[in-house]
Unconditional design. Structure first.
Lengths: 65, 133
């Protein structure tokens, strides 16, 4: 029961992410497209360092450790 | 061309096993490459993208969704009980990574994200340079 609830929440979050992604690609949408979000993160003076560190940590955590 | 290189590298890297020297090296090489490329290609003073005054709140939905993902990840990580009862993103991806074909896809997506980060971080500088010429 507990894991079913957890997976249901993960599924909802995944759907929300896909929904935001799709809505952002509709012409005239006020939402930033994923590329622009990434560009905003990659051009922030401190955010860009955090972004590279987070990306590297994610890869190390998932594939190496 | 870049896509071919990334796919080939993902095919190779996915064949390594976690907690081994080969996996460490296969993962460290792209990390070092992204850091070196970022230092070499990114401007010292970056200029974030400027949006028009009527842009509204272009980031809000993204911040909300990613904030919810982080909050749920932390809640699951801290929850009492087995990891099977409280799966985190890592534990779910560990299960995915047991299958070579799926691990190739996950590794490729990680590499692609790294390449996109490098490209997006230096994009405006390249554009400004090409406009000046």
């Amino acid at each position: 029961m507990t894991s079913a609830l957890s997976y249901a929440v993960w599924a909802l979050l995944g759907l929300a992410l896909v929904g935001v992604w799709v809505r952002s690609s509709v012409p005239g949408s006020s939402l930033a497209r994923p590329g622009l979000v990434l560009e905003r993160l990659a051009t922030g003076p401190f955010l860009r360092i955090a972004l590279v560190v987070a990306w590297g940590w994610m890869g190390w955590h998932l594939f190496a450790r | 061309m870049l896509l071919v290189v990334l796919v080939a590298y993902a095919l190779f890297a996915a064949s390594t096993t976690a907690f081994t020297r080969s996996a460490n090296i296969a993962t460290a090489v792209p990390i070092v490459a992204v850091v070196v490329l970022a230092v070499a290609l990114w401007p010292l003073r970056p200029r974030p993208p400027r949006l028009g005054p009527d842009a509204g709140h272009p980031w809000r939905a993204w911040v909300c969704v990613f904030g919810a993902v982080v909050a749920w990840e932390l809640a699951e990580y801290a929850a009492r009980g087995s990891r099977a009862d409280h799966p985190t993103l890592s534990s779910m991806l560990d299960a995915v990574n047991r299958y070579y074909g799926l691990k190739v896809i996950v590794f490729f997506l990680w590499l692609y994200l790294g390449a996109a980060i490098v490209r997006r971080g230096g994009r405006r500088q390249r554009r400004a340079r090409s406009e000046a010429q």
